[in-house]
Design a protein around this ligand. Structure first.
Ligand SMILES: [Zn+2]
Length: 295
C-alpha cells in the first residue's frame, strides 16, 4: 500500500521499501535513511551517534539497526532490523504528519530477564551499582531486565587476600586458572541458579604474558561467571563482560570496531550509549542465561 504521510510519501526509496521491493537495511545511505532516522527520533528513540553532527546522518549503521529492532519490538512486528513493508507501513500509521506524535510508541515492556549475583573482594573505581545501572540501561533497550539477585562483599582470609590481590591466568572460555577458580569459589553460592551469572569484582586481573585485563568472561563449565578488575574505568565493563557470557564462545566477531557497540574493542570504545546489533541480539536471546518472563 502506498505511503500517505507527507514525510514519507514523496520518497521513492521509502515507497519501494513499503512494498517490499527494496527493503532498507544496514549499509544503506542517503536521504531516505535520514527521513527514517528522524522518524525514530520523533517517536522517542534517541540516536546519539547518528545525530552527533546535528541532523540525522543518513547512514544506516549499527545504531539505526538497533533502533529498527526496538521499533519492531515495541510495535509487535518481526524483529529483523530491516525496514520493509511491515515496518514502513507502521511508521506511516504512527506518523501521519510531519510533526512528532503526541503519543510516541507503545511502552517498553520487559520480556526477558538476566539474573546476576555480585561478589566483591575489592572496591572498583566504577562502583558496582553504577556498573549494574549501566548494564540495566543497555539491556532495557531490548526489553531484557537485569535483576540483581544477590550481592556480597567477600571477606577473605589474609592468605587468600594475598593470593587474590592479583588474579593470574589467561582469559579463556570454560576453563579457569587455579587463582580464578579460588576467586570464583569465594563467597556464597546459595541461591545461585545454574543459569544465573556471577560477577566477581577482583583487584587485578593479569594474563600469563603480563598484560592486565579490565575484565574477563572466563569461567568453569556450567558456572557462568565474569570477573572485573577494580581498576576498570569503563562504566560498561560489567555489561560488556556479561554480554560475552551471553554470546557464548562461538560467536564472531568477538569484538567490533564499532565504537558505540557494547562489544567494542577496548581501544575504540567511546562510552556512548552502548547498543547491540541484530545478529548479537539474536544470539543473546538464544542464550540459556536469558530467561523469558511470563507474559
Ligand atoms: Zn571483551
Amino acid at each position: 500500500m502506498a505511503l500517505k504521510s507527507p514525510r514519507f510519501a514523496s520518497n521513492n526509496h521509502l515507497q519501494q521499501a513499503a512494498t517490499n521491493l527494496a527493503p532498507i537495511r544496514r549499509g544503506s545511505t542517503g536521504p531516505h535513511v535520514a527521513i527514517v532516522q528522524q522518524a525514530f527520533i520523533d517517536l522517542g528513540l534517541a540516536m546519539a551517534i547518528t545525530t552527533k553532527k546535528g541532523a540525522p546522518d543518513g547512514i544506516f549503521g549499527g545504531e539505526t539497526e538497533s533502533r529498527v529492532w526496538q521499533f519492531q519490538a515495541r510495535t509487535g512486528l518481526t524483529k529483523d532490523g530491516v525496514i520493509g513493508r511491515e515496518t514502513m507501513t507502521k511508521l506511516d500509521e504512527l506518523l501521519p504528519t510531519n510533526d512528532p506524535p503526541m503519543q510516541p510508541l507503545p511502552p517498553s515492556v520487559m520480556t526477558h530477564k538476566i539474573n546476576v549475583h555480585m561478589r566483591s573482594i575489592d572496591n572498583p573505581v566504577v562502583p558496582e551499582f553504577t556498573q549494574l545501572k549501566v548494564m540495566q540501561d543497555v539491556f532495557a533497550q531490548y526489553m531484557i531486565d537485569v535483576i540483581m539477585q544477590s550481592g556480597e562483599s567477600i571477606g577473605l582470609a589474609p592468605g587468600e587476600q594475598l593470593t587474590l590481590n592479583v588474579v593470574d591466568g589467561d582469559c579463556e572460555w570454560d576453563q579457569v586458572s587455579d587463582e580464578q577458580k579460588l576467586l570464583q569459589n569465594s563467597g556464597s553460592r546459595q541461591n545461585v541458579g545454574p543459569n544465573d551469572i556471577t560477577v566477581y569484582f577482583a583487584t587485578v586481573l593479569r594474563e600469563k604474558n603480563g598484560s592486565t585485563l579490565q575484565g574477563c568472561a572466563g569461567h568453569a563449565p556450567t558456572r557462568p561467571a565474569v570477573m572485573i578488575a577494580a581498576s576498570a574505568i569503563d562504566k560498561t565493563t560489567m555489561a560488556h563482560e556479561v554480554c560475552h557470557a551471553l554470546l557464548g564462545s562461538h560467536f564472531v566477531p568477538v569484538h567490533t570496531d564499532d565504537s558505540a557497540n557494547l562489544m567494542c574493542n577496548a581501544a575504540v570504545c567511546t562510552g556512548a550509549p552502548a547498543y547491540l546489533t541484530v545478529s548479537q541480539l539474536n544470539r543473546v536471546f538464544a542464550s540459556k542465561l536469558v530467561h523469558k518472563l511470563p507474559s
